[in-house]
Ligand binder design. Sequence first.
Ligand SMILES: Cc1cc2nc3c(=O)[nH]c(=O)nc-3n(C[C@H](O)[C@H](O)[C@H](O)COP(=O)(O)O)c2cc1C
Length: 357
Amino acid sequence: MTTKILFSTVRVGRHILKNRLVMAPMTRSRAGDDGVPGPLVPEYYAQRASAGLIISEGIYPSAMGKGYVRTPGIHTDAQVEAWKKVTAAVHAKGGVIFAQIMHAGRISDPSLLPGHALPVAPSAVRPEGATYTDEGMKPHVTPRALEKAEISGIVGEYAEATRRALAAGFDGVELHAASGYLPMQFLSTGSNLRNDEYGGSAENRARFVIEALDAMIAVAGADRVGIKIAPEMAFNDINDADPVETYVTLVRLIADKGLAYLHVTPYGKTVDYHELLKPLFKGAYLAGAGLDREKAAEMLAAGRADAAVFGTLFVANPDLPERFLRNARLNTPDTTTFYSPGAKGYIDYPALEPLAA
Ligand SMILES: Cc1cc2nc3c(=O)[nH]c(=O)nc-3n(C[C@H](O)[C@H](O)[C@H](O)COP(=O)(O)O)c2cc1C
């Protein structure tokens, strides 16, 4: 089948992307303990600027949102200054880059948080499993349930992070509402046992996400705001009794906001979430997880999505669009360097030799 469709332009909110190949948000843990992205980060993203759109690694909006060692934030001036170098390097190569705003909620550890505080969550439900820290693997702790009066403060952090992301030169922002982090903890029945207006019905469980999105929209304009969701993803011990109801409700509530995009990585075995959700949403629909060149072209040609998102393939292939265009061999991702400090496995994946003129 023809893969030409991958290389056609597409409108995503305020931006026209040069192709339909999107780099997925990926935590790479190359920041300092102060959350300042390290010196290799501009080069890493600039190498990948031939993507139609880059979505950055998850970036915490506040010190309490940090989830992992050596991840970056965007709540201090030093962090913003370092991000300016990243966005400038991407723009110099003609790229477009959104910042993914990620609050880890209960998937954090006191060793990462101010004053060794307990992580916060909709409810005091401990996730099964453990998290990597510099002191080794530690079992997840029982988080502290947020008081209702605190929630508007966290929503405000998303607005402030958006303001800082734009000041740092990002072209837009993505709300990370997947992978079992704070917004998904609110969405999911297993982690949200609240009996106020933030818990119970699907509409109530979606309230936090809607408020965070609205706060981001008020700062950036809806056409520079996207959202990532992952129905039925079980990562970080997240689970939901009725994901179809949860996500249909959520997408109906956000459909008319004029968002730049809805980004979906579905994990359901029995439900075709692209078929279910895309028709409900007005705006660009980005689909990812487990794609390759042919699957992506087929998906776009069938109208199941407007752009295709690639994670691990973009880690290992900085020039992924060029490789797809030439149907060239792909580098193999080295999983041992996904989160390790330093240049190895980060900025040293080779690009193709240029074609002779
Ligand atoms: C090293 C690594 C780090 C990731 N970090 C994030 C993240 O910060 N935010 C996020 O939304 N997804 C994250 N993901 C998930 C990816 O965005 C993507 O959804 C997933 O890799 C599936 O796409 P793929 O099959 O093309 O790799 C990460 C994936 C990998 C491999």
